[in-house]
Design a protein around this ligand. Structure first.
Ligand SMILES: [Zn+2]
Length: 96
C-alpha cells in the first residue's frame, strides 16, 4: 500500500509582511514638539471683535457655519471665547 504524501491544504492567506492595516494608524508618532507658539491674531493687533463684523467672523467658521476649534484658529483661550460669543450673538441676530 502506497503511502500518499498528504499535503496539507495551503491556507490561502496573503503572506504577512510587516505592514498591514493601511490607512488606520496614520498619525504622526510625536504630536508635540512645537516650540514657537504664535501669539493669537487678536493679541497681536490688540483689536476687539464685534458681532456685527461678519466678514471677520466668517474666518472662524467652517462652510457649514460651525465654529472652528481653537487648535485650528490658533487663538488664545480668551479671544477664542470672545470669537465664540460673537459668533453666537451674530447667529442670534441672524447675521450669519
Ligand atoms: Zn488672544
Amino acid at each position: 500500500m502506497e503511502e500518499k504524501e498528504v499535503k496539507q491544504p495551503a491556507t490561502e492567506q496573503a503572506p504577512q509582511t510587516g505592514e498591514q492595516g493601511e490607512g488606520f494608524g496614520r498619525r504622526p508618532a510625536k504630536f508635540g514638539n512645537r516650540q514657537k507658539r504664535r501669539p493669537c491674531a487678536f493679541c497681536m493687533n490688540k483689536s476687539t471683535l464685534d458681532y456685527k463684523d461678519v466678514n471677520r467672523l466668517r474666518k472662524y467658521l467652517t462652510q457649514n457655519g460651525k465654529i472652528i476649534s481653537r487648535r485650528q484658529t490658533g487663538l488664545c483661550a480668551r479671544h477664542q471665547r470672545e470669537v465664540t460669543n460673537a459668533i453666537k450673538r451674530a447667529r442670534n441676530m441672524s447675521l450669519i
